[in-house]
Design a protein around this ligand. Structure first.
Ligand SMILES: Cc1ncc(COP(=O)(O)O)c(C=O)c1O
Length: 429
């Protein structure tokens, strides 16, 4: 029986070249606004233990016992399942074996709880009474709302305006849990008011919602910002997925696949295996595939350079694949993938050729979601369905004996409106 891991894995310790550090803005754009050094500002924004984890070079980080306990209460370890129905539906039975790690089994419906719990716990250790954050489709905001309710803190969530309208069920779930949810751009912050002045119909972007959440934190006492993705510490927390998967997988896969928004479920699922590959301990032939949205294809078509993590440059700059911090992706249904950049470590691994990337349109993804739902009895989240789509492509071309493992980062039971609009619902088989 697999247990909740005792340690998280930090890939920074095993990277073949040093990870480019976070830096203060290189130009004057952010200077002179009274906030000063962005690196120095982090101590007023993030839980202090998260900052320690962000900069540590240790390979293994002990998971605090209260966090392990909360993981268990929430249902970890999550299952690793064989997708035999899906193999049949794809016509690859007997030729290709497909496994998936199912993070939708958590009460949040996605992997996001894996980092919400430790971050809210760390904020509480700092004496915070409120945590603030951004959210796209609402998966991350819901995870923070659940973790805050579990640990007795208040959650404030800036939800991209397009999702605030279209993902009503998640907004109401957050509010039911006691969270306050604002549509971003909002009237609550200067950054939000400015964006609305410039474009009253602004659909919101994750980059802007981050700026708003941080402005909110800096304008009050005993508040901390909690980060949904991109930071190394967040990817490290998510490695519970991959560490459990290594114990559960009956064979070494030829492919490991995950979707990418900021990179946290991809990093969480694949880094323990990539680490073994880097250390020469296994996974020599495994290919690691990132599935992203054609609406925000930064790993496929972005530039590798220093760029802002958020639109307002309140956070430091990170070296990453980016479409530009001001890029506003079209309002696709997989709102969790509407981010302009990707985590620095994932970007570096892509740069080094250890990670491949494929971008898909939402129509291509919808077709894969339909096939998976009808053959496995599980509705994937629109974000996770990008990984399903990549698996379809790989499996159909794969030679005899190919083994594919992918991360089903969340279920889509609260995204059925999207599937109705995309024509996935109805129409028979
Ligand atoms: C279910 C699900 N999968 C994936 C993602 C993408 O984020 P990340 O790349 O950090 O895993 C999100 C983001 O909201 C999500 O809700």
């Amino acid at each position: 029986m697999v247990d909740v891991p005792r340690y998280w894995y930090n890939i920074v310790a095993d990277l073949p070249v040093p990870l480019p550090p976070l830096v203060d803005p290189l130009d004057d754009e952010a200077a002179g606004d009274g906030l000063g050094s962005r690196i120095g500002l982090l101590v007023r924004i993030l839980p202090s233990r998260l900052i320690d984890e962000e900069y540590t070079l240790s390979r293994l980080l002990p998971i605090p016992e209260p966090v392990r306990e909360a993981y268990r209460r929430a249902g970890r370890p999550t299952p690793l399942l064989r997708a035999e129905g899906f193999e049949r539906a794809l016509g690859v039975s007997g030729r290709v074996r497909i496994y998936y790690k199912y993070e939708g089994a958590l009460p949040t419906g996605s992997h996001k709880l894996n980092t919400a719990i430790p971050q809210v716990y760390y904020a509480k250790l700092d004496g915070a009474v409120e945590v603030a954050t951004e959210t796209g489709a609402g998966q991350w905001g819901l995870a923070v709302s659940i973790a805050a309710a579990m640990l007795g803190l208040k959650a404030v969530v800036f939800m991209t305006r397009s999702s605030y309208r279209s993902k009503k069920a998640r907004r109401i779930a957050m509010e039911t849990l006691g969270a306050t949810v604002y549509p971003s751009p909002s009237e609550v912050t200067e950054a939000g008011r400015r964006a609305l002045r410039e474009n009253p119909g602004h659909p919101g972007s994750l980059g802007l919602a981050i700026t708003e959440a941080i402005e909110y934190v800096l304008s009050g006492e005993r508040r901390r910002y909690v980060a949904g993705s991109v930071l190394e510490s967040v990817l490290t927390h998510q490695t519970v997925i991959g560490l459990e998967a290594l114990e559960q997988l009956p064979e070494e896969p030829d492919y490991m696949v995950a979707c990418v928004g900021g990179g946290s479920n991809m990093g969480g699922f694949t880094y323990p295996a990539i680490g073994m590959k880097l250390r020469g301990e296994g996974f020599e032939r495994t290919r690691f595939v990132a599935a992203e949205s054609a609406a925000a294809p930064r790993l496929s078509r972005g530039e590798y350079r220093y760029d802002g993590l958020d639109t307002g440059l309140v956070l430091p700059l990170a070296r990453m694949y980016s479409l530009g911090k001001d890029y506003v992706p079209p309002a696709i249904h997989a709102a969790g993938l509407r981010y302009h950049g990707a985590a620095p470590s994932l970007s570096l691994l892509r740069r080094l050729g250890l990670v491949e990337a494929r971008a898909y349109s939402q129509e291509e993804v919808a077709e894969a979601a339909r096939l998976f739902a009808r053959s496995e009895g599980l509705i994937p989240a629109p974000e996770s369905a990008h990984a399903v789509r990549a698996v379809v492509d790989i499996a159909r071309r794969a030679p005899e004996g190919t083994v594919i493992a992918f991360n089903l980062s969340g279920h889509g039971l609260m995204d059925t409106d999207a599937y109705e609009k995309l024509g996935v619902a109805g129409g028979g088989s």
